[in-house]
Design a protein around this ligand. Structure first.
Ligand code: ZN
Length: 412
């Protein structure tokens, strides 16, 4: 099966995850796909393949002859985002795309327009797989799975291609932030690897935010407004004062690249009590700590002004920048860049303005930057993938696994 057929087969499986279901996996339909992938891997000759009760698929391709280097993991996720349906996807292949608006659905007047998605211009002459406008496509991350399995098939049938042991992992529930909850890194058996879950061809990320969630509770005193002089302590006004002590321009809407922010994402209140929630984000660990200090200083200042225990804050760390861990293995960065250049692809190194499963894995002991899949506009009806990008990514992966080969069989 070529990569296009493989991808089109995978998106027939509805694997949407569900954040409201506490079970693992969150939807049993993910198990159906996991089982299919397990069978497919066995059929192409990856004998050591198994899935567990949570739907994680583990597979190992033995190292090529004479290899002395440590195993390399390749990881992708099986679920699709809860944002939009992934059931009954009816894909369409546009051959030799001409750079015009793409009418996804004439009846419903759903169009992927060049004005909204200017990056379409980069795909002129390529073959694109698009949706009919009523579902997402699921290239996030079934393109990643198709690329890994196509590589696996190549390695099995070309034993002369040098590579370390390849440890494949397909995870459920990534889109709802639970992709690493039940992962067994011992079973996987690698301490370095890549997630294949990025976007446009060439994209490569080894940095993400340091992230904390902040809860602010303000305790006031309510009183009859007509007779409250010297008594009323309006928690909502103190909440506004608290917010105004934070830097005005350090918000998501005013920042990009490696600029951090405070994001007020929830507020509610009455005179007696108000509460606010913030997302605190920064790539740089020391500025991340300074941001936490600023929150504490603002609370201290207002507690001095309005009486102690007026403001309570709770800071919970959610994830950290994987670069802090990955910098100990520069080959993970350098080999990825070389593998792309060998395939005549210019790397686009982007710091992720969010978190990834790779960030969690990096702190669990599996250093894990993120490589591109060739997919675009994930989580929605305008999602598409270029077939040539997927093919190129398989070529990049072939180069990459040889760069990790150390041993005495090179060139045989
Ligand atoms: Zn993804």
């Amino acid at each position: 099966m070529n990569i296009k057929e493989r991808f089109l087969t995978y998106i027939n499986f509805d694997t949407q995850s569900d954040s409201c279901n506490p079970l693992s996996p969150s939807t049993s339909k993910q198990l159906v796909f996991a089982k299919y992938l397990t069978e497919e891997l066995k059929n192409i000759g990856v004998e050591d393949t198994q899935m567990d009760q949570y739907g994680y698929v583990y597979a190992h391709i033995p190292a090529s002859e004479g290899c002395t280097s440590s195993p390399l993991a390749l990881i992708a996720h099986m679920d699709t985002a809860p944002d939009m349906s992934g059931a009954n996807i009816s894909p369409r292949v546009i051959t030799n795309y001409n750079g015009e608006n793409i009418v996804l659905n004439k009846e419903k007047n759903i169009v992927t327009s060049v004005s909204t998605f200017p990056s379409l211009k980069n795909f002129i002459g390529q073959d694109l797989i698009v949706t009919d406008g009523t579902t997402l496509l699921g290239a996030d991350d079934k393109a990643g799975i198709a690329e890994i399995i196509t590589l696996a098939e190549y390695l099995i049938s070309n034993p002369q291609h040098p590579h370390p042991q390849i440890c494949i992992l397909f995870t459920p529930d990534e889109e709802i932030g639970r992709g690493t909850d039940h992962v067994d890194l011992k079973k996987l058996g690698a301490s370095i690897g890549y997630t294949i879950d990025g976007g446009i061809l060439g994209e490569f990320s080894y940095e993400n935010f340091n992230a904390a969630d902040v809860e602010v509770t303000i305790h006031g005193i309510s009183a009859h407004p007509g007779y409250s002089k010297g008594v009323l302590k309006n928690s909502m006004l103190i909440a506004m004062e608290f917010h105004n002590l934070l830097p005005v321009y350090e918000t998501p809407e005013c920042t990009q690249n490696r600029e951090g922010f405070f994001h007020l994402n929830h507020i509610e209140g009455c005179a007696e009590k108000s509460s606010m929630k913030y997302l605190l984000r920064d790539h740089n660990y020391s500025s991340y700590q300074k941001r936490q200090q600023l929150i504490k200083n603002a609370a201290d200042f207002l507690n001095k002004k309005y009486g102690k225990d007026t403001i309570e804050i709770k800071i919970t760390e959610s994830y950290l920048n994987m670069y802090e861990k990955i910098k100990s293995r520069p080959d993970l960065i350098n080999h990825a860049l070389t593998a792309m250049e060998e395939a005549q692809i210019t790397p686009l190194v982007n710091p992720i303005r969010g978190g990834t499963d790779g960030a969690r894995l990096s702190y669990m002991g599996l250093l894990c930057p993120n490589l591109c899949t060739g997919a675009q506009n994930g989580h929605g009806r305008h999602e598409f993938v270029s077939i040539q990008s997927m093919e190129k990514i398989v070529e990049i992966l072939k180069n990459l696994v040889s760069l990790f080969y150390d041993g005495n069989n090179m060139g045989n």
